[in-house]
Design a protein around this ligand. Structure first.
Ligand SMILES: C[S@@+](CC[C@H](N)C(=O)[O-])C[C@H]1O[C@@H](n2cnc3c(N)ncnc32)[C@H](O)[C@@H]1O
Length: 167
């Protein structure tokens, strides 16, 4: 097995950040912990997605601290999450990443064939009911352990990879 060197890996990466592709948007719209936003921003860069975050006073600083990327990333600023989601429905499929009775398992989630918004819930309370009503589809990451749920950045990253078609 040949392990690639940092130089070889660097050569395979993009030299410049790409413009907003606006095809896959990862949307932690009710965040509580800034560290999760930084982690999700990094995943977005890796899979060619955009990050949509609420315009809360602490979020820009959290992104600055959590973002370890050298190049700028695509961030969509959302003033009102519910109204924003309602507007997205006209031009995107809305996929909720959530444990619901109607969720499909991650293994059955197909790569995004059209513009897709993946909505993530609050670390404590999940996706609010008024947003659940706006979902076209919900996806669940199966778990066999004792924990009730995954960390939101982990859940969002797994779904982002699946929707991007890279795995
Ligand atoms: C820590 S969980 C919130 C759990 C919350 N206690 C609840 O009852 O809804 C935060 C978010 O991570 C995502 N999440 C965590 N584990 C998940 C799983 N196994 N499948 C799908 N989404 C998950 C969801 O978006 C969820 O809203």
């Amino acid at each position: 097995m040949w392990v690639r060197t940092p130089t070889e890996i660097k050569r395979q990466r993009r030299r410049k950040a790409h413009a907003c592709w606006d095809h896959l948007i990862i949307a932690p719209l009710w965040p509580m912990h800034g560290a999760n936003l930084g982690t999700l921003l990094r995943t977005c860069d890796a899979v060619g997605a955009c990050l949509a975050v609420p315009r809360l006073p602490w979020v820009p600083t959290a992104l600055e601290i959590g973002n370890t990327l050298r190049k700028p990333s695509c961030v969509h600023w959302v003033n009102n999450p519910i109204r924003w989601l309602q507007a997205q429905r006209a031009s995107a499929e809305i996929v909720g990443v959530e444990l619901t009775d109607e969720s499909v398992r991650l293994a059955f989630l197909q790569p995004a064939r059209r513009r897709t918004v993946a909505v993530l819930g609050n670390e404590r309370t999940g996706i609010p009911p008024e947003a659940t009503e706006l979902l076209d589809l919900a996806v669940e990451i199966p778990m066999v352990g004792t924990g009730m749920s995954l960390n939101v950045a982990v859940a969002g990253s797994l779904v982002a990879y699946k929707l991007s078609g890279l795995v």
